[in-house]
Design a protein around this ligand. Structure first.
Ligand code: C2E
Ligand code: MG
Ligand code: MG
Ligand code: MG
Length: 280
């Protein structure tokens, strides 16, 4: 390649970077107002127990309704919240709102566990434990219906801190799930010393489950370990009945994915939870 060509590419790359930096700045400014302007809401994705065919839980997923950009994906704004130090405030809003919802469902006689995602920075926040316990008390939610989801990489950034915090949460009745399990590189032996209730098997292993023997072997191994340790398993990203059949045959307890339902409004989840029996 000529120097001129290379130079041109460099300029193009810088323009591109400059442009995304500007967009990032915009997003950052807008995110600072999003909480007070009530632009966040939670949607809930159903989790079905394969044995009973019932909806037994729902994962709370954060959505940002931007006045001009429309619905922004959490993948695009949660890293920004982390960077600019807003994750604890927004995270606390998520925890409180999800606990309020869990309490409302319990009062309506729906026995639904609610999953709440925790991000890396949030997890290192010394106030997190008190925030969670406080939100639960304040809303009247039962801790046994609140499941905190942490990722493998998050748990491994400071394992001692993680073990200590998770232990205290479990002693207070909360459930702990390890999210996106299997895609990290941590020592399995170490990870399984964490106080856990649930393993959420990453979608990456579900995608090709119908034609990948290797992925089936991985899922089978994870369920075997989970059973040995008395943990429950949830397979993420189930989109087809065939995937569901394979996953069920491998001994997974619960499924979550578009087959059962996309993340939805609480009222829609209630309808689903009170009417749902297994599709076949
Ligand atoms: P996650 O915790 O692993 O959540 C599952 C993601 O997979 C959700 O994306 C969900 O919509 C998507 N999904 C579920 N079933 C299927 C399926 O069958 N097919 C496909 N293709 N996708 C499926 P979403 O809502 O965009 O969230 C993305 C990630 O953002 C979450 O991954 C989580 O890491 C993060 N996130 C979402 N809400 C929160 C929150 O309140 N706090 C924190 N810290 N992170 C959050
Ligand atoms: Mg999750
Ligand atoms: Mg996940
Ligand atoms: Mg994921």
């Amino acid at each position: 390649r000529s120097a001129r060509q290379q130079g041109k590419q460099l300029v193009a790359a810088n323009l591109q970077a400059g442009r995304s930096a500007a967009i990032a700045l915009d997003i950052e400014r807008d995110l600072r107002h999003a909480l007070e302007r009530d632009q966040f809401h939670l949607v809930y994705q159903p989790q079905m127990d394969l044995r009973s065919g019932r909806i037994v839980g729902a994962e709370a997923l954060l959505r940002w309704q931007h006045p001009e950009r429309g619905l922004v994906s959490p993948v695009d704004f949660i890293p920004v919240l982390e960077e600019v130090g807003l994750i604890s405030a927004v995270g606390f809003w998520v925890i409180t709102e999800a606990c309020r919802q869990a309490q409302e469902w319990e009062a309506k006689g729906l026995n639904l566990r609610v999953g709440i995602n925790l991000s890396a920075r949030q997890f290192l926040d010394p106030m997190l434990f008190d925030s969670i316990v406080g939100a639960c008390r304040g809303t009247g939610a039962s801790p046994r219906l609140v499941e905190l989801e942490i990722t493998e990489s998050l748990a491994m950034q400071d394992p001692e801190h993680a073990i200590n915090l998770l232990k205290r949460l479990r002693e207070n009745g909360f459930k702990i799930a390890i999210d996106d399990f299997g895609i990290g590189y941590s020592s399995l032996e170490y990870l399984l010393r964490f106080p856990l209730d649930t393993i959420k098997i990453d979608r990456a292993f579900v995608n090709n489950i119908t034609n990948s023997q290797a992925d089936r072997a991985i899922v089978r191994a994870i369920t075997a370990i989970a059973q040995t340790l008395g943990l429950s398993t949830i397979a993420e990203g189930i989109e087809t009945l065939r995937q569901c059949d394979f996953i069920e045959a491998l001994g997974v307890n619960e499924i979550q994915g578009y087959l059962i339902g996309k993340p939805m409004a609480p009222s829609d989840l209630e309808v689903l939870a009170s009417s749902f029996s297994r599709p076949d």
